[in-house]
Write a protein that binds this ligand. Sequence first.
Ligand code: SAM
Length: 268
Amino acid sequence: MRRFSVRPNRELGQNFLVDPNILSVIGGVAQPGAGDVVLEIGGGAGALSEYLAPRVGHLHVIEVDMHLREALTDATGAFGNVTLHWGDAMKLDLNELHPGPGKVIANLPYGVATAVLRRTIDELATVDRWVVMVQREVGERLAAAPGDRAYGASSVLVQLACEVKVQRAIARTVFYPVPGVDSVLVELRRRNEPRTPQADAALRALVHGAFAHRRKALTGSLALADSEAPPRERVQRALVALGHPPDARAQRLSPEDFVALAAALGGA
Ligand code: SAM
């Protein structure tokens, strides 16, 4: 970083990995291999990229900050299997990545971690495994169970698509600069439960509507969030059939309950 006068930019979540031990921890979980096409989001100064490149078949690295161009190019330049993509991971067309990635391995920028993760789950059908470092609260939300305080729409939507496991806590001291928050290493594996686009859209709308007003009963939240929501009595009957009270809140329902509720309401 000194060589390339890199000054970490907090707004872009630039907490760079500076402890080589953590790279083998990530590698131990992600098991990068010669047959893998890996996508790393947020290349930074290249610490993780440089570790992954010699271990995988192809590595795509997305980085938004052009100030890091020299450092990241220097870290990866010796490898013929690395493609650097300069731009915002929320805007780049991920389906333009060739060869198509099968794994995402990254130390995600905090500000956009959940959004980037959800985007890769929704748009990159080729990816079936993610090993990512995220802020502890984000990891807990992704893995939360019904009734947990952190359980919400993103827990349900991510768990409908993937099995989620918080693999381990990460010490703040592995980063420079040391962040003001804790981090965890999270692993996601895609479930193979294809739904039609219509059923998927109905399920998402139901989950978002159900959690839109968390303090209200699910029926009330749905009615407030969506003027075309099914009549309250119908939703209540469906909840009771699933073994929940008619005034249950969304936080009580498991991801599978949401699938069953959507089906009962005719959306899936
Ligand atoms: N992989 C490096 C490491 O582990 O040392 C850097 C990780 S750092 C936590 C996150 C990186 O994501 C930063 O380099 C930051 O510039 C980049 N970043 C932030 N927002 C981004 C976005 N929307 N698209 C692509 N990269 C982004």
